[in-house]
Write a protein that binds this ligand. Structure first.
Ligand SMILES: NC(=O)c1ccc[n+]([C@@H]2O[C@H](COP(=O)([O-])OP(=O)(O)OC[C@H]3O[C@@H](n4cnc5c(N)ncnc54)[C@H](O)[C@@H]3O)[C@@H](O)[C@H]2O)c1
Length: 253
């Protein structure tokens, strides 16, 4: 699918990977609806000009994501693609230092946002895309989800985060198989460690040791490198039902 004159919904678009993706898709001639819980999404849409609109919305809400999908249809006539970046990171051990068990609500919250939120965005976007007239190759849409390398090599304290992202990985193939008859592709990107506000709490010595653990290049990923891969996935119709690690070769200890 070409990006020029197509309309994309980007979640988590106020910050980090989603904000960078919105910028890149507008630069490539696309239209974007930026959806985020944060009101910073409005200022970012304004910066991107007439090709962008903002919707405040929670990815776990059926009504709010339906409104975001409708905003994309209103902006461009139809929804052509989704880059779903909204998510949260969480760290909690199964047992704390005193041997107390982890908080169950905190675990469920991470899974609700990262996994159930992904399913919610996929199902509502797919319903809209399935009604699009077929384009080149009979393609009607493409959905890119965001997993994490923690889906494969989760670290201590990442039970909730790793489980939520492993769920995103696990949905890719069955969703792609199911939506193939509608001409809708499903892909996921599993980033390593990227320089975004999500990672801003990490102390410099941890950033240095994470950078040193990347085989090449020895640094954290840049948000535009994620956006670049999203652009390539959108424009390469053969990519479907797969999860691509974008991590400089890092395997978490
Ligand atoms: N930065 C990394 O190193 C890294 C690595 C692997 C995976 N990821 C994943 O990439 C995605 C984007 O992360 P980022 O680094 O850009 O983080 P970020 O914190 O900069 O941006 C995430 C955005 O999601 C929004 N958000 C959170 N919960 C939401 C909800 N319920 N509904 C709507 N919006 C919500 C936040 O307001 C924020 O603007 C996340 O899914 C994250 O798990 C990030």
């Amino acid at each position: 699918m070409q990006i020029h004159n197509k309309t994309f919904l980007i979640t988590g678009a106020a910050s980090g990977l989603g904000a960078a993706t919105a910028e890149r898709l507008v630069a490539a001639g696309g239209r974007v609806v930026l959806c985020d819980l944060s009101d910073a999404v409005e200022a970012h849409a304004k910066r991107l000009g007439d090709a962008a609109a903002a919707v405040r919305g929670d990815v776990t809400s059926a009504e709010e994501i339906q409104a975001a999908v409708q905003a994309a249809v209103a902006l461009g006539g139809q929804l052509d693609g989704v880059v779903h970046c909204a998510g949260v990171v969480s760290v909690a051990k199964l047992l704390d230092r005193q041997g107390n068990p982890a908080d169950l609500d905190a675990y469920a919250r991470t899974v609700q946002i990262n996994l159930v939120g992904t399913f919610n965005v996929m199902r509502l976007a797919a319903a809209a895309m399935a009604t699009n007239p077929p384009g080149d190759d009979n393609e009607r849409g493409v959905i890119i989800n965001t997993a994490s390398v923690a889906a494969f090599d989760g670290q201590v304290g990442q039970c909730a985060y790793s489980a939520s992202k492993a769920g995103v990985v696990g949905m890719s193939l069955p969703a792609a198989r199911e939506l193939s008859r509608h001409g809708v592709r499903i892909m996921a990107i599993a980033p390593g460690v990227f320089e975004t506000p999500m990672m801003s709490d990490i102390p410099q010595d941890a950033v240095d040791s994470l950078s040193a653990a990347v085989p090449f290049p020895k640094r954290l990923g840049r948000p535009d490198e994620f956006a670049h891969l999203a652009e390539q996935i959108i424009t390469n119709t053969m990519l479907n039902g797969e999860v691509i690690r974008l991590d400089g070769g890092i395997r978490m200890q």
